[in-house]
Ligand binder design. Sequence first.
Ligand SMILES: [Zn+2]
Length: 62
Amino acid sequence: MATPKIVITTAASDCYHARETCELFQAGRATARTQGWTDADVQHMPLGEALVRRRPCSHCLR
Ligand SMILES: [Zn+2]
């Protein structure tokens, strides 16, 4: 799957994802919830910025 020009991440994540339906993205949010954390807002980020500040998700991006 091609990497989109805009990817998603959250302030609490060090990864970026192609889409919100990514299983790892959803699992991470579910884990945070079980630990009593409130959901971090989903942020849309240009791929160029994400490449510098985050690493790609190993599930939805390779
Ligand atoms: Zn992902």
